[in-house]
Write a protein that binds this ligand. Structure first.
Ligand SMILES: Nc1ncnc2c1ncn2[C@@H]1O[C@H](COP(=O)(O)OP(=O)(O)O)[C@@H](O)[C@H]1O
Ligand SMILES: [Mg+2]
Length: 301
């Protein structure tokens, strides 16, 4: 479990992290979403004990990161933003090195199991410098989980990968998420939708949203209604409900959007209206905002 309270980090005069609080419970896979410069990497570096906060507190399974960084590092696997890999080493040698630094008893067994899980068996004896970005990222993840930590912190694990590699890394993260608590940062929205059950949004060093992805969509879903109908009814006649925008007209088929003047659910009234006019209502639904829209709305404040 990760507990972050009132975290603040200054770099000189720059307040990179500005009072961040959140929790990640055991077994959750949580997305840490925000534009570049939002403070994701800084927060993660503090969580993993690589950077001290200016103020605030981080507890990992109840252990204070600043007081006991070694204990915390035993519990956490960390994939930094730009994984420093030793280009000349093979993944095997690199992981052997990591195993010795971490004091892992049976290094060979751990390496084999981890390599299998991360899908790097085929490249285990090639030098890292010759590997594709996708494979390098797998080696980075292997390095992070070699000591079998229960908590994984991944900083932009799919940035810089091609679509196929992204999909592969996503699958791997999903697999790891079955057994581990995962916090992964990204500035790419679909990433969170695909991999995470909850999302924490950060902007300018502040948390601007923290909820289940579905809840977030629900909370911020618009009250606009899209209506598709057939008949003589001019779209303007629906302006009694709000402002009307015609999306499509074709052979007596209309598709319009009604945005109510005050925020309320007008679907029932619209339905009755059509019934009264004896007009053919083909479709009636509340417009769902995309995660993109939500994100824009949250970060524009
Ligand atoms: N080592 C550093 N020295 C000074 N400023 C930094 C340093 N690292 C990050 N920053 C600044 O802190 C802010 C947050 O950066 P960062 O945590 O890297 O955000 P993100 O990972 O969300 O892109 C940015 O304004 C960035 O320029
Ligand atoms: Mg970053």
């Amino acid at each position: 479990m990760i507990e972050v309270s009132s975290l603040v980090k200054y770099y000189g005069d720059i307040r990179a992290v500005d009072g961040v609080s959140f929790e990640v419970k055991k077994g959750e896979v949580v997305g840490f979403l925000g534009p570049n410069g939002a403070g994701k990497t800084t927060t993660m570096q503090i969580l993993t004990g690589y950077l001290n906060p200016t103020s605030g507190r981080v507890l990992i399974d109840g252990i204070d990161v600043v007081e006991e960084p070694v204990k915390v590092k035993e519990r956490i696997g960390y994939l930094p933003e730009n994984t420093p890999l030793y280009e000349d080493l093979t993944p095997y040698d690199f992981l052997e090195f990591v195993a010795s630094v971490r004091g892992i008893g049976n290094g060979r067994k751990a390496i084999k199991e981890t390599a299998e899980l991360c899908g790097i068996m085929d490249v285990l004896y090639r030098s890292i410098g010759t590997l594709s970005k996708g494979y390098r990222q797998r080696v980075g993840i292997a390095q992070a989980i070699l000591h079998n930590p229960k908590i994984l912190i991944l900083d932009e694990p799919t940035t810089g990968l091609d679509p196929l590699q992204i999909e592969e890394i996503r699958q791997l993260i999903k697999e790891l998420g079955k057994e581990k608590t995962v916090l992964l940062s990204t500035h790419i929205l679909p990433e969170v939708e695909q991999t995470c059950s909850r999302v924490i949004v950060i902007n300018n060093g502040k948390i601007v949203a923290d909820s289940a992805i579905e809840t977030l969509k629900g909370e911020l879903s618009g009250t606009s209604v899209v209506v598709e109908y057939r008949g003589e009814l001019p779209p303007e006649s629906l302006s009694v409900f709000g402002s009307v925008q015609t999306l499509k007209t074709e052979d007596g088929l209309y598709s319009i959007r009604i945005t109510p003047h005050e925020s309320r659910d007008i679907r029932e009234d619209v339905f009755r209206f059509f019934k009264e006019k004896d007009a053919v209502l083909l479709e009636l639904y509340r417009e769902r905002k995309s995660l993109e829209d939500i994100f824009r709305q949250l970060t524009e404040q």
